[in-house]
Design a protein around this ligand. Structure first.
Ligand code: UDX
Length: 436
């Protein structure tokens, strides 16, 4: 099938590449000509495990193309995906100007029936808005479909190729058939393509992310309780996760959720509730808890050093908001760095992928090193901020030797408490006893 993808950000590129992988002919379009040129030359602008191989293969096999010309992209496409940014506007509601602008432009060009799919996370009612904007510009028949993405950064290719489910919101029979045909190869193992109306589909995305964020904030509060009553959040997690109704996944306490989706989506759903004069109490609490949780690690550090971080030096492992990505949007590391610097401390940091992004943002406010161990010398403590696999089983002899003091603050609960007792570290993690 011929497909166009408008917007070559994270979602657009993964979507376009993965759609090409099952034999579709895909043209991705972006207004940024320079970016288009680079992609044509085989340069992938984002880091995502597994994507590069598929990207090159499909370009080579002539199924994946790039253009800066919208008309060229959509001319032959039966389905047009909109994968454009929907940043939070000044009032916290998603800003739809990119999506609606592109929809209007598309409507001016189309000459035959097309299916327009909103892939970006958009507020309930956006499909109707897209339809209205397009109807003003054209008398050609078209369908507007909501098809939210559920891609986790770091495993986005796998999530796209083998989704737990695909949600498609449409009441147009022709569009339903085309979408069903398009996603058939991805759900061979029996996972469902769930068809519903547009509004339910739009809300499904917000509900999914908000529910997951709620799970995390809930566990973070349990962790805080654990510290107060002398319990261990990892034990509690295992104890409750064994109940199939609760489930094992997404129960890890930490230093708050970050990334480009959860903070934005929870906020957008809360805003939408407010606009509908509904007081969504749980969501407000989820956001409040997350703000508090971002501060937990720094508070522990401050307490340990009697509130005086002036002249202290810290080694920081992990900058990305989670492992296997270079994404630092809403990363807890940003808050932690800011607080430590303000308190007069200095920082040497290492992250396997995110250092260029942090450098672009913070410049030489902190020092960067190419290996985790290089960050240790002269450090009064090591702070673990992102749970990259390489940090999970370090050479503790080197930590003992190179750190100025054997002190670790772990925001991700990577190490076994008994092991830390044996090794003689001061070890302060989340929702567990402090080892000293
Ligand atoms: C998320 C959703 O998972 C995905 O379905 C959606 O389409 C986009 O948003 P992503 O932002 O890539 O994906 O990150 P995810 O892996 O879901 O993690 C989100 C945040 O939650 C991270 O900051 C992570 O550290 C935190 N988290 C996750 C926890 O603190 N504890 C957990 O148990 C799980």
């Amino acid at each position: 099938m011929k497909i166009a993808v408008v917007g070559t950000g994270y979602v657009g590129l993964v979507t376009g590449t993965c759609l090409a992988e099952t034999g579709n002919e895909v043209i991705c379009v972006d207004i940024n000509k320079e970016k288009v040129e680079k992609m044509r030359a085989g340069e992938l602008p984002i880091y995502e495990p597994g994507l590069e191989q598929l990207f090159h293969r499909n370009i080579k096999q002539d199924r994946l193309h790039f253009t800066a010309n919208l008309a060229e992209a959509i001319e032959e496409a039966k389905i047009i995906f909109l994968a454009l940014p929907t940043p939070p506007g000044g009032d916290g509601a998603a800003d739809l100007s990119y999506v609606l602008g592109a929809a209007a432009d598309i409507a001016k060009i189309i000459k035959e029936y097309k299916v327009i799919v909103t892939k970006s996370t958009v507020p309930v009612g956006t499909a109707d808005k897209v339809r209205a904007v397009m109807a003003k510009e054209t008398s050609i028949e078209f369908a507007v479909v909501s098809n939210p993405e559920f891609l986790r950064e770091g495993v986005a290719v796998e999530d796209f190729m083998k989704p737990d489910r695909v949600v498609v919101g449409t009441t147009d029979e022709r569009a339903r058939k085309l979408m069903s045909e398009l996603y058939g190869p991805y759900v061979r193992q029996g996972n469902p393509v769930i068809f519903m109306d547009e509004r339910s589909s739009e809300l499904t995305k917000y509900a999914a992310n908000s529910f997951l964020a709620t799970k995390i904030s809930f566990m973070n509060e349990i962790a805080n309780m654990c510290e107060l009553v002398g319990a261990d959040v990892d034990m509690v997690r295992r104890g409750i996760g064994a109940d199939a109704r609760i489930g094992k996944r997404f129960l890890f306490a930490g230093i708050g959720y970050g990334g480009s989706c959860f903070p934005k989506d929870v906020q957008a759903l809360a805003k939408s509730a407010e606009q509908n004069e509904y007081d969504f109490k749980i969501l407000n609490a989820v956001m409040d808890v997350n703000e508090i949780q971002k501060k937990v690690l720094v508070q522990k550090v401050k307490k340990y050093f009697n509130n005086d971080l002036n002249g202290k030096h810290f080694a920081l492992w992990g900058l990305a908001f989670k492992p296997e990505t270079d994404d630092i949007r809403e990363a807890p590391a940003l808050y932690i760095i800011d607080e430590l610097l303000q308190a007069g401390a200095t920082i040497t940091a290492h992250d396997p992928e995110a250092m260029p992004n942090i450098k672009a943002l913070l410049g030489d406010k902190i020092k960067y090193v190419e290996s985790a161990y290089e960050a240790l010398p002269k450090a009064d403590a090591l702070l673990i901020v992102t749970e990259w696999s390489v940090f999970r089983n370090p050479d503790f002899d080197r930590l003992t030797r190179d750190l100025k003091s054997k002190v670790i603050f772990d925001g991700r609960n990577l190490y076994d408490l008994d092991k830390m007792i044996d090794l003689g570290f001061y070890y302060n993690s989340i929702g567990r006893k402090i080892v000293m």
